[in-house]
Design a protein around this ligand. Sequence first.
Ligand code: NAD
Length: 304
Amino acid sequence: MICHERAGFRVGPFFFLPNVTVTSALFHFCNVCPTPRAPYCECKEKPVGNRLLGKIVAITGGSQGIGLAIAQRFAEEGADISFCYRSNKAGADEVAAGIQKLGRKCVGFQYDVGIVSDGQKFIADSVAQFGRIDILVNNAGLERNADFWNVTEADYDAVLNVNLKGLFFITQAFVKHRMDAKTGGKIINISSVHEELPFPHFASYCASKGGVKMLTRNLSIELAPLGITINSIAPGAIETPINTKLLNDPVKLAALLANIPLKRLGKPEDVASMAVFLASDESNYATGTTFFLDGGLTWNYQEQ
Ligand code: NAD
């Protein structure tokens, strides 16, 4: 997925080729189109660049859905990828092979984010493999549907252990690593609109994402002196396996779409685009904030 934006980037009126030279403002250089075009080529590929060139990124839950899209997009932007996954080894191997084909390094580790020692091993193994981690993406998450009065302790633990406790201690391990390295870093949490919006029958999920919201705010203050920023992305309804049931229920799907002003579900790539911004230097002044990515869903409250 190479785009015209990859070959060069624009500064003021000029285009610069990475590490090479200054070219004319009149021409746009493209890896797809063989010759420079003026002023823009008509390449319809999605815009990618080298915004994460040389960065090492650790992603929890990178084998499918949003985590997979982030892993692929970050690799396209020049990053090497370490990711962990729960159980699908064959799928994870395929993901790693696909990213390696892009010319990036990629390793998948089978670790359960819901077990604190596993999360710590994920960070330690990633550092051992790549030498360091610059950016952490806390993406792994799950939900359980039940009336509040029927929620079992096991289901509560399954959700909270991955979505909040696991995220908490993986973040701690990453921060300790960056403190040892005496340098800053970036943390991106994949939260949810349900850090803000109620979601009846998903009380444990909402509690976990509300916790992520406050953790993000709290750590932005504590980690700022270390040069570490932390932000969250709050997706609305995204087309991933977590929503398989919803996607197969035309009535529920139509009701949901009626509430989304942009009239479509989000794609994992929509979330990945925001994640690239937050991982790149372009977001250096952002910390402690949640970026909503929901097609307008959150604010679409109507009286009737
Ligand atoms: P998904 O079910 O498609 O993928 C989840 C990923 O997390 C998988 O790679 C899985 O291996 C990993 N994972 C789950 N439990 C794990 C564990 N214990 N240890 C290690 N890895 C584990 O889900 P998704 O839709 O891609 O969701 C990713 C994140 O985005 C989650 O935090 C979710 O809450 C959030 N989110 C999703 C949506 C949506 O509509 N899809 C909306 C808002 C927020």
